[in-house]
Design a protein around this ligand. Structure first.
Ligand code: NDP
Length: 248
């Protein structure tokens, strides 16, 4: 099965892949896994020292020289995203993959108590910025022989759950964005678009959501990489508009 997919060492050779939230958690693991399989990765995130640490880890492991894009998605403007796409074009002349891992949990409280400003912030980072970045990078991805876009969703993006508020709604929207774009590119483009529900994964976000849980009992980000590798490499050519669970 895909959760056990064994990626060939050169799966992503010559590909350029942009990963958001690359400084920590699942995004960090994805950036390192892609680099380990031959890709040049572009590390997008908001905390530069974290991105630099991932950069150093990739270089130390013998990966291709990555790039760092410091961006705060909470207030990113369209002009800035267009400018980023121009930068990627100038630096690499291509983009083969875009993986959305950046995200925030927001408040967990009843809708009746949910702060309007927090709601907007969660929707901005988890949905609006992902839309904007995807739109900005689409022309470059269109030029790739096999562009792959991966959205990171959640089980609460498939079925609503009390007190998960904007986070849950943002993940429904993420699935919606994936489906709409997948339908648009279907049969007319070399791009494929899919979403991944990581399942409970040992990260800061998970610890914030489940403070009583022993992190040692939770799946490590490295262990869910088979699905992220499968969807990025050419073994998933033609797979489009599908929702995957990275643990099953
Ligand atoms: P982390 O909190 O470890 O990582 C989130 C990443 O997003 C961090 O690198 C963070 O940067 C970045 N980020 C947050 N806000 C911004 C912003 N404004 N601008 C730019 N980057 C930002 O969480 P996970 O790795 O767990 O989450 C990754 C994805 O997986 C998320 O979409 C999450 O919803 C999803 N997910 C996670 C699950 C889990 O169990 N861990 C389960 C289901 C879904 P920084 O470190 O600098 O704050």
């Amino acid at each position: 099965t895909i959760t056990n997919y064994q990626a060939p060492a050169d799966l992503l050779k010559d590909k350029v892949i942009l990963v958001t939230g690359a400084g920590d958690g699942i995004g960090r693991a994805a950036a390192k896994a892609y680099a380990a399989h031959g890709a040049t990765v572009i590390l997008l995130g908001r905390t530069v020292p974290k991105l630099e640490a991932v950069y150093d880890e990739i270089e130390a492991a013998g990966g291709a020289k990555p790039a760092i894009l410091p961006v705060d998605l909470s207030d990113v403007r369209w002009e800035q995203l267009e400018y980023l796409a121009q930068g990627v074009d100038q630096e690499f002349s291509r983009l083969d993959g875009l993986v959305h891992c950046a995200g925030v949990l927001g408040q967990r409280t009843p809708i009746a108590n949910y702060h309007y400003a927090n709601w907007q912030q969660v929707m901005q980072i988890n949905v609006n910025a992902a839309f904007g970045l995807t739109k900005a990078m689409l022309p470059l991805l269109e030029e790739s022989k096999a562009g792959s876009i991966i959205f990171t969703s959640s089980s609460v993006g498939l079925k609503g759950r009390a007190y998960w508020g904007a986070y849950s709604v943002s993940k429904f929207a993420t699935e919606g964005l994936m489906q709409v774009l997948a339908d648009e590119v279907d049969g007319v483009s070399n791009i494929r678009v899919n979403s991944v529900n990581p399942g409970g994964t040992r990260t800061n976000m998970r610890a914030a959501a489940y403070p009583a849980e022993d992190p040692a009992t939770v799946t490590a980000p490295e262990d869910i990489m088979p699905t992220y590798l499968y969807l990025m490499g050419d073994d998933s050519l033609g797979i489009n508009g599908k929702q995957f669970n990275a643990q099953d």
